[in-house]
Design a binder for this molecule. Structure first.
Ligand code: 6R9
Length: 633
């Protein structure tokens, strides 16, 4: 049943933001506790001449005070974080008051380690409360955190530490996921061998494993915690001071450090969390993402806490100890709003309904998805089997770059269609453009751009503002290019069709083809490599690698496995190729450019429509590649 009061409110918001965007956003900004209320709102330009993104530039606030301190008077004893470990029931909860003390203490620990406003701090941690505490402690003193997903390799960690010149690393002795140990401290030590500027490593005791501690550099969190005071004044921050850096893959080069700032980001996650999930004191909100990804930043930590909600931090996986884990844990913790990725839904759907229906889900009232397009079959299963046809499914389209949700149905107001993220939130101005940048109207398909800035927009690529402009604003002048293709139907609904650039979306995680290629060519037997995406039943997309070996090296099944393991070691498990084909030659134009279009068709097993191959230097290689196609794992 549509909620008429809510529908009216949404219509009014759309109308208000169109009429006077600055007035609308200054009004929305009152959702936050400002030390100094902003009078300025949007001062952004996507044009080359005066390029820059800025919101609320004269405002001052502190993110951790907004996520914690301001709730103490009204809900200090309410649960803030519910931690659920890898083993069912292994966990603990923290109230807002307890969270306040832990964040203050850890902020003092950071200060004692020489951390100041602007210092970059890298986190390489499990999904434990200390990860959220560390993020909030950085925010409290104005340090800039960079969370690196715990599944990344030592080299990937080292690259990210070096790029943002972090001097402090926070990690744990180890992690445990799906019953398997993750050697975080060992990995960190390997990475740090390449990062001489890291002076201080703070280690959380999580598994109790025996790990090496380097004198003068490594300290235990629990030891330091007791040596400092339980109060720490939040730092006065300008709205445009950096809050965090988060590395994400693009179509070229190394991952880039997406920079988000204080005021606009916090407002965006506060606003979208409230609009889409509307959690109140009775709700328990569970977003299953890891804090190593933007979804974990925005909807495990900042969005829920800024709204005073109860947020679940889960350090396990969907199928451990069995495929009923999400629903067993939801029932036990009283989860009312559940937010996960399509890849998890597809994997669980395959295990059968029994794993779901054996657990009571009557307390669930809202279901969300994020990370990749959701196929209607998975959407329907989620809505009808998990949600018993009772819970709206909120499919949220957004990106690391956007800070928070952009296109998504406001539940109870916007009717859903399985597979569509539906319509933009108030203040979001999507457009579809053709290859030349002409704006397309009505029901059509094209490239998705955003025509105007919104508060949660990223502000720069860390250390490379020119790359920021080039990557996102040069393809279609004056517009932010998302990298996604999209269809709009006759009702104005948006259907994201996937990336149109060289980014592969593996289980909702972004992987640049260039990154996997450079890992492959770093192997001594590899002369050349080309990587494309392939359809994958569970992951959405899998990684298909074409590899040309050096002269004199013979291919073998053993070498194929070796190369897959190699990539895994270089980048991390999420980058492991699903299929690896040895290719004596790659299809190249006469100017030497690899024609990925053809490789994509082969990977997709769509070889009847390879298109024009006449511009190839040697059209014969295509037949060999088609004949040698391999299937994925
Ligand atoms: C939040 C997040 C961003 C890319 C994005 C798009 C894909 C995310 C989606 C979706 C269809 C959705 N994507 N949500 N595609 N429907 N609801 O995932 O950020 O890791 O930066 O990925 O993910 O292709 O461009 P990020």
């Amino acid at each position: 049943m549509p909620d008429t009061a809510k529908a009216q409110q949404l219509a009014q918001s759309h109308e208000a933001v169109e009429r006077d965007p600055d007035a609308y956003w200054l009004k929305q900004a009152e959702r936050l506790d400002w030390i100094r209320l902003p009078e300025k709102a949007n001062e952004s330009s996507f044009e080359k001449a005066d390029f820059g993104i800025s919101w609320f530039a004269d405002g001052e606030l502190n993110v951790s005070a907004n996520c914690i301190d301001r709730h103490l008077a009204t809900r200090g004893d309410q649960t803030a974080i519910i931690f659920e470990g890898d083993e069912p029931g292994e966990g603990r909860t923290l109230t807002y008051r307890e969270l306040h003390e832990e964040v203050c203490r850890f902020a003092n620990v950071l200060k004692a380690e020489g951390c100041k406003k602007g210092t970059r701090v890298t986190l390489y941690m499990p999904m434990i409360p200390e990860a959220a505490i560390a993020m909030l402690a950085c925010a409290r003193i104005g340090a800039v955190h960079s969370v690196v997903f715990g599944g990344f390799s030592p080299d990937s960690l080292a690259d990210r530490i070096t790029d943002c010149e972090s001097t402090i690393l926070i990690t744990a002795d180890g992690g445990r996921r799906g019953g398997k140990r993750i050697p975080l401290k060992e990995n960190a030590d390997k990475a740090l061998a390449k990062c001489p500027d890291v002076q201080s490593v703070i280690v959380v005791r999580r598994t109790g494993d025996d790990v090496a501690m380097t004198d003068e550099r490594d300290v235990w969190w629990h030891e330091r915690r007791g040596e400092v005071g339980a109060e720490c004044e939040p730092e006065r921050m300008n709205a445009e001071d950096p809050l965090f850096i988060l590395y994400t893959s693009g179509s070229t080069g190394k991952p880039k450090g997406v920079l988000h700032t204080t005021g606009g980001y916090l407002l965006w996650v506060t606003y979208t969390f409230d609009t889409l999930f509307g959690a109140d004191a009775d709700d328990v909100f569970w977003c299953t993402a890891d804090v190593g990804w933007v979804t974990g930043h925005s909807y495990v930590v900042y969005g829920p806490l800024a709204n005073g909600a109860k947020t679940v931090m889960f350090d396990g996986v969907p199928n451990y100890p069995d495929p009923g884990r999400f629903w067993e844990t939801s029932q036990r913790l009283g989860v009312t709003i559940f937010y996960t990725a399509p890849t998890a839904i597809r994997a669980l759907m395959r295990e059968g309904d029994e794993w779901v229906t054996r657990h009571d889900r009557s307390q669930l009232r809202l279901l969300g998805t994020v990370g990749e397009p959701i196929n209607p079959e998975a959407w329907n299963w989620y809505a009808n089997v998990v949600g018993e046809g009772r819970c709206p499914v909120v499919d949220t389209w957004w990106q690391t770059e956007t800070g928070g949700a952009m296109i998504a149905p406001v539940p109870g107001v916007v009717d859903t269609k399985p597979g569509s993220a539906t319509k933009p939130l108030p203040g979001v101005m999507p457009q579809l453009v053709d290859a030349e940048g002409a704006v397309l109207e009505g029901a059509t398909s094209g490239n998705l751009v955003i025509a105007q800035s919104w508060p949660g927009q990223m502000r720069s690529v860390y250390g490379d503002h020119e790359r920021f402009f080039q990557t996102y604003f040069s393809t279609y002048a004056g517009k932010y290019f998302t990298g996604d293709g999209c269809r709009r139907d006759e009702d104005g609904y948006y259907w994201i069709t996937g990336r149109v650039d060289d980014v592969i979306n593996v289980s909702g995680h972004r992987m640049g083809t260039a990154e996997v290629e450079s890992a492959l060519v770093a192997h001594e037997d590899v002369a050349e490599a080309a990587v494309v995406g392939m359809p994958h039943d569970i992951k959405g997309q899998g990684i298909y690698a074409f590899v040309t070996l050096k002269a004199g090296v013979a291919d073998s099944e053993e070498l194929r496995q070796q190369l897959k393991t190699w990539v895994r070691g270089e980048i991390g498990p999420i980058a492991t190729p699903d299929a690896l084909q040895f290719a004596p030659g790659l299809p190249k134009t006469r100017s030497g450019k690899i024609m990925r279009r053809i490789l994509r068709k082969i990977a997709e097993n769509d070889t009847d429509s390879l298109g024009d191959t006449s511009t190839l230097a040697d059209p014969g290689v295509v037949d060999d590649l088609v004949a040698g196609r391999v299937s994925g794992s």
